[in-house]
Write a protein that binds this ligand. Structure first.
Ligand SMILES: Cc1cc2nc3c(=O)[nH]c(=O)nc-3n(C[C@H](O)[C@H](O)[C@H](O)COP(=O)(O)O)c2cc1C
Length: 310
């Protein structure tokens, strides 16, 4: 049977399957749907310093090939996460990645410093899609310097493995990837949601109260795959692929172009238990293709343009 464990910077994952932030609670509450040992890691919902009520309803809408959301990072804040959530995550038989979000560089540093001493946290993932109040409310992820400033501040505050989660809503994701690598990230998650919107022309109303939202699911897979590949080519640190992944074939597409792990997001809403079977499905697909070791095979993409020196 194919060996599924992968090295992700300083971490070793028993298999490459992770949950996508915001789509699987904080992890623990989903244990009945998916035994933790079936996953490489859980990723928490974004945790912010203060509680956030999120955006007004409606803030989810189905589309032809995916989902639009404008949840607005609703969560109960760091203190609640530390006292009520993390203690129950200590004995989990998987790695725990805490995703953090903030609207200024200082808050990113404070969050990282407070989580640094928490044994239950195996790694941090920094959600760079949050608006930067000190940068005209543009998301950190849209500017290499702002992204690097946030990652640099988190790096200075923690020794834990640190992953920078990038947005696809940029023209040159490689430059952002290089900036966060230089600022000390141990890895990159590519990507978060694409900007999108939906309207009902009869009522002339938008589907989301915020009009625009984040588009995710099946429809974004080709865009996400390209962005993840651009990151893989640009940096030496590991890249985690994310965007429209629902099956073993999807996961292996991201891995053959160089991603060392994958995250499953929107697919969890249609079948929350499916993620628990994904590692086994990947193993089966590799066995059928006579690939003995996933780690050796990652990034073995046969790229004709690269071979031709283009
Ligand atoms: C309802 C919903 C909530 C999300 N919340 C977060 C979040 O809190 N933090 C974050 O970094 N990403 C969040 N995401 C983005 C996902 O983690 C993922 O990056 C994105 O949806 C693309 O993957 P997918 O197509 O598999 O869903 C959210 C996505 C959805 C659909």
């Amino acid at each position: 049977m194919a060996r599924l464990s992968v090295q992700l910077g300083p971490l070793v994952l028993r298999n490459p399957v992770m949950s996508g932030s915001g789509t699987y609670g904080h992890g623990r509450e989903m244990a009945l749907m998916c035994p933790p040992r079936h996953l490489g890691a859980w990723v928490s919902k974004t945790v912010t310093l203060e509680p956030r009520p999120g955006n007004p309803m409606p803030r989810m809408a189905e589309t032809e090939a995916g989902l639009l959301n404008s949840i607005g990072l609703e969560n109960r804040g760091l203190e609640y996460y530390l006292s009520e959530i993390l203690p129950s995550m200590r004995d989990l038989d998987t790695l725990v990645v805490t995703n953090i979000g903030a609207e200024c560089v200082e808050d990113f540093g404070t969050l990282a410093a407070r989580l640094d001493g928490e044994a239950a946290v195996d790694a941090l993932e920094v959600n760079l899609s949050c608006p930067n109040v000190g940068g005209g409310r543009l998301p950190f992820s849209t500017d290499a310097r702002m992204a690097a400033a946030a990652i640099g501040r988190v790096r200075a505050a923690t020794k834990k493995p640190l992953f920078a989660k990038l947005s696809p809503n940029v023209s040159d994701i490689a430059s952002i990837a290089c900036a966060v690598e230089a600022a000390g990230a141990d890895g990159i998650t590519a990507v978060n949601t694409l900007l999108g919107m939906k309207v009902d022309w009869r009522s002339r109303r938008p589907a989301l109260a915020t009009v625009q939202g984040g588009y995710s699911g099946t429809g974004i897979k080709p865009v996400a795959l390209r962005q993840a590949w651009m990151c893989c080519k640009a940096v030496k640190i590991p890249v985690i692929g994310c965007g429209g992944i629902a099956s073993a074939d999807d996961a292996l597409e991201f891995m053959v172009v160089g991603c060392r792990a994958v995250q499953v997001g929107t697919s969890n809403f249609s079948d929350p238990s499916a993620i628990g079977n994904l590692a086994q499905a990947i193993e089966h697909a590799l066995d059928q293709a006579c690939i003995a070791d996933l780690e050796q095979w990652i990034g073995s993409f046969d790229n004709p343009r690269a071979l031709a020196g283009a």
